[in-house]
Design a protein around this ligand. Sequence first.
Ligand SMILES: Nc1ncnc2c1ncn2[C@@H]1O[C@H](COP(=O)(O)OP(=O)(O)OP(=O)(O)O)[C@@H](O)[C@H]1O
Ligand SMILES: [Mg+2]
Length: 145
Amino acid sequence: MYKKILVPLDGSEKAAKAALHGAELACKMGSELILFHVAPSLPPYIGGRPNHLGDIQQAIMDEFTKHGHDAIAQVKDDLKAYGLNISSCIAVGQPADEIIKKAKETGCGLIVMGSRGLSEIKGYLMGSVSNRVTRYANCPVLIVR
Ligand SMILES: Nc1ncnc2c1ncn2[C@@H]1O[C@H](COP(=O)(O)OP(=O)(O)OP(=O)(O)O)[C@@H](O)[C@H]1O
Ligand SMILES: [Mg+2]
């Protein structure tokens, strides 16, 4: 059961906690873990010359991607002791849709994610990403508080 588990990461503590939970499950069930980050996409910019805005947009995208790599590297480090088979990837787009797509593409039997993420607004149990993934994913979703 659960040969592959998808763990979406946004760099938040809640997501890192969910990753630990995913690792515990993966240990018990011999699953592979896939750590996944989605960087936001920016509106396309077609500029003239010199293309300052295009350069700035590229710099912003580079920072977003770096943030994703850092979030994944941090969690990989946290999970070292488990000795699991861990792979990772980054996509660009709408986080919930990309998470659902990735789970389908890779044949993950379970998604383990945080209830909230980077923008904890008080009063809501779940953020918009965890909300949407639980509603529309094609596999079971485990939300870690
Ligand atoms: N960009 C992302 N890439 C990968 N996983 C993400 C991303 N954003 C959120 N997640 C996953 O979804 C979980 C819940 O985060 P979510 O974004 O729903 O809450 P929030 O940031 O508190 O609220 P909101 O973003 O709706 O204002 C995170 O713990 C993480 O597992
Ligand atoms: Mg969020």
